[in-house]
Write a protein that binds this ligand. Structure first.
Ligand code: HEM
Length: 424
């Protein structure tokens, strides 16, 4: 169950992010890169890989110099096959994520969404979130064993984001399938057929959201989609305010839906895995539930669900003396910054008293910082609080899990995780 069996790489040139060995345990590879070439051009990716905390922070704090969003996708389209890309226009709406836009548009989109995801907005949902957690635990508490991923980590954030967006509860299983299809192209290297399936599923999701938008335009409720149907955005091109288009609402909603469930599910599962590996931390947490907030930060830092994303260099520049050219692509490795020993001593070790635990990069930083960070933290705080109360002696089920991960370079997700436990 150890995370590493000894470092298989000697030099930066040995590291290839497409290599399954690297994807299984990023952290050895990051250490080699950070020590030898913290800004390293990886030919297999066609990008410069950043692994030092300070360099990553420098880039994230300069969102006009290092951009994201549609212009990045033009260079490296997410949907690789033109026939599949064309399906969006033929059958649905162009795959567009307004929240991934660049400045100056970006801040206007965020201004519509952020007020719905503040701490006080989420606090109002606390009784609902507690109820969901307890209901899920009730379904398996008497069995002594649970498929933790399937019967807890995945449904919890899905039910919560579904409620916030305003989706009917009975549609959640289908929404889960669509979410899976939405993230699939990020693993890259899909076959034509697999990519086509993912696009077709996404178009079904677009139509589903569109139907919800029409319904909520007619009869708004207290949820995020209804809010999006009534607000106006400052259109920087027109120089005036206007309502959001259906395409914009669909693009904001599917982004929140997916952001809202996959990564938080991975974080909960990763937390359990870290507890299994660190019995002393588990004992300390059980004895001092006031440490839960730091625990959640440590989980996000040590096993960051989003290991990396990319940026586009918009003009010739330097990072820490390293020259970059307009058009270069950067692979920002949040997961590597989070294990940078300069910033976090003994970075692989959970430390419930770590003073700067919350300064990790798991949610990004600056202009594009994750809008769902508060929601996700809140779900995790409550989940661990209630789990620690209701379930004791959480332990692995070795015959059911090998603790390997879903292949891919951006996300870090255990394939499965089960636990045995004693009812408290
Ligand atoms: C453990 C859970 C989560 C993790 C690790 C995570 C991680 C991230 C990261 C690293 C970014 C990118 C920042 C950048 O571009 O540098 C991001 C952006 C985003 N996240 Fe999350 N996220 C989580 C939960 C959520 C939730 C619950 C939601 C929805 C409610 C959400 C919605 C989004 C959206 C819409 C963006 C794009 C923001 C923008 O570019 O302005 N995420 N997230």
């Amino acid at each position: 169950m150890a995370e590493s069996q000894g470092c298989p790489f000697k030099h930066a040139a040995d590291v290839d992010f497409m290599d399954p060995v690297v994807q299984e345990n990023w952290f050895d590879a990051y250490d080699v890169l950070r020590a030898e070439a913290p800004i390293y051009f990886m030919p297999q990716l066609g990008m410069y890989v950043l692994t030092r905390y300070d360099d990553i922070e420098y880039v994230l704090r300069r969102p006009t110099l290092f951009t994201t969003g549609p212009d990045v996708q033009d260079t490296e389209p997410l949907i690789k096959f033109p026939e599949n890309r064309a399906l969006y226009e033929q059958k649905g709406w162009v795959r567009y994520t307004p929240l991934g836009e660049n400045l100056p548009k970006h801040k206007h989109y965020r201004a519509l969404v952020d007020p719905k995801l503040t701490l006080s907005a989420i606090r109002e949902k606390e009784p609902f979130i507690r109820g969901v957690i307890n209901d899920l635990i009730d379904t398996w508490i008497d069995r002594g064993e649970v498929d933790f991923m399937k019967d807890f980590a995945e449904p919890l954030p899905m039910i919560v984001i579904g409620e916030l967006l305003g989706f009917p509860r009975m549609d959640l299983p289908k929404l889960k399938e669509w979410s899976f299809a939405w993230v699939l192209p990020f693993s890259r290297g899909l076959s034509f057929e697999r990519e086509r399936w993912a696009v077709e599923q996404h178009i079904e999701l677009q139509h589903y959201i569109h139907a919800q938008v029409k319904e909520k335009r007619r009869a708004p409720k207290d949820d995020i989609i209804s809010h999006l149907t009534v607000v106006e955005i400052e259109d920087v091109e027109l120089g005036r305010r206007r309502p959001l288009t259906d395409q914009e609402i669909i693009g904001i909603t599917d982004h929140l839906l997916i952001g809202g469930n996959e990564t938080t599910a991975f974080a909960l599962a990763n937390g359990l895995w870290i507890l299994f590996r660190n019995p002393d931390t588990y004992a300390a947490l059980q004895a001092g539930p006031d440490k839960i907030r730091n625990w959640v930060e440590e989980v996000l830092r040590i096993e960051s669900p989003t290991q990396g994303l990319y940026r586009h260099v918009s003009e010739d520049t330097e990072v820490n003396g390293f020259a970059l050219k307009k058009g270069d692509m950067l692979a920002i490795r949040y997961g590597a910054g989070n294990r940078d020993p300069e910033r976090f001593p003994e970075p692989q070790q959970p430390d419930l008293d770590r003073k700067n635990a919350g300064r990790h990069l798991a949610f990004g930083l600056g202009e594009h910082v994750c809008p769902g960070a508060t929601l996700s933290r809140y779900e995790q705080w409550l989940a661990w609080e209630i789990l620690l109360q209701r379930v004791h002696n959480m332990r692995p089920v070795p015959e059911k899990d090998d603790f390997t991960h879903i292949p891919g370079i951006w996300l870090r997700a255990l394939k499965t995780i089960h636990m045995r436990f004693d009812k408290a």
